[in-house]
Design a protein around this ligand. Structure first.
Ligand code: SAM
Ligand code: SF4
Length: 327
């Protein structure tokens, strides 16, 4: 599938809007409700949409949420997904809190070799304050277990926030000296009504300068085929990679190869624009495969060339939170 001059081969599927954490940058500040069960796409519906998307050129899927592992039956869904011949790569983004050694082994057995964890701090007290849950050690243990079982690469996402983890930029980057992890600093995206202030956002240049003043130059790495949006660097003698995801300071829209499928069964051509197309309703109303494929294709005609999140009077900023769209 082509959108403009971008070849779309990556589907990001959010399997749930529910989460056992309450990360302050992710969930709404005011009380919020979750989507009713009957409005959530069933696994067989997600599988059917994915299979059709594969027939149109999708070869790579990442599962996200909400927290994917809070949804019942996720392992058997993942197994079926891994069995789709057209899919060359299935990976998951998780907060890691519900993963045990046996569960990670089960993921490896079905062919999942890559995991992204979210970890914004190495301080258990700060971890509890940002996520709303006292689970630092559980998450750290999951990361270490995944590492010991050979999951590779392990990517760790950290949202950089002034007044929260700006004093930990060095210690997070230093993880790459000891472990072959990809530590990715993400610029905070203000979405919906968040408890995090816009002025807490830290742009990549500041993080990069801080790391270089402590560790020396960040050596740029060649981009590989199918690389995500992170700009990748290595510190001298490091085992791992320092990455920067820069939706604000340098948007990567011209390279974006993604389509999103939300747990409500809507297709979104862009995380940061509100346009979405309900494919679940057509599926439930008996649309043919051809009709469903044409919904997928027509959604991509709405894939924007850029987003306006960093503009002062942005008109189309996302009204939903990351938990409901799927980060
Ligand atoms: N629950 C899983 C997790 O935390 O990894 C998967 C879903 S979460 C929405 C996916 C990613 O989005 C996480 O790495 C999280 O840090 C990131 N994220 C959430 N809200 C964000 C925001 N407002 N700005 C930047 N990144 C955000
Ligand atoms: Fe949950 Fe992930 Fe959002 Fe944190 S970032 S609230 S773990 S969905």
């Amino acid at each position: 599938m082509i959108a403009g001059n971008r070849s779309i081969n990556y589907l990001r599927i959010s399997v749930t809007d529910r989460c056992n954490f309450r990360c302050r940058y992710c969930v709404p500040a005011s009380p919020f409700s979750v989507i009713e069960h009957k409005k959530i796409a069933r696994y067989e519906e997600l599988l059917k949409i994915t299979r059709l998307a594969c027939e149109l050129g999708i070869t790579k899927v990442r599962i996200t949420g909400g927290e994917p592992f809070v949804r019942k039956g996720i392992f058997s869904f993942l197994e079926k997904l891994c069995n789709l011949d057209a899919l060359k790569d299935v990976s998951i983004t998780t907060n890691g809190s519900l993963l045990t050694r046996d569960k990670i082994k089960a993921l490896i057995q079905m062919g999942i070799k890559r995991l992204n964890f979210s970890l914004d701090t190495l301080d258990p007290v700060k971890f509890a304050s940002i996520t709303g849950r006292d689970r630092f050690h559980r998450v750290w243990d999951s990361i270490m277990t995944a590492h010991s079982l050979g999951i590779s690469p392990i990517k760790i996402n950290a949202v950089a926030l002034r007044g929260f983890n700006d004093d930990e930029i060095d210690s997070l980057a230093a993880l790459t000296m000891e472990y072959p992890f990809h530590l990715r600093f993400i610029e905070y995206m203000p979405m919906g009504d968040s408890a995090v202030e816009k002025n807490q956002q830290i742009l990549t240049q500041e993080i990069q300068d801080k790391i270089e003043s402590s560790f020396g130059p960040l050596i740029p790495m060649e981009r590989e085929y199918n690389d995500g949006p992170a700009k990748k660097f290595k510190l001298s003698n490091a085992k791992g990679v320092v990455g920067f995801i820069t939706p604000i300071s340098s948007h990567f829209c011209s390279e974006c190869n993604r389509l999103r499928l939300t747990s409500r069964g809507t297709l979104r051509p862009c995380l940061l624009h509100n346009y979405e197309k309900d494919i679940l309703i057509s599926l439930r109303n008996g649309a043919s495969d051809r009709e469903l494929k044409s919904i997928i294709e027509s959604t991509l005609t709405h894939k924007p060339l850029f987003h306006s999140l960093n503009e002062a009077n942005a008109k189309d900023i996302p009204i939903s939170h990351m938990t409901s769209i799927g980060g």
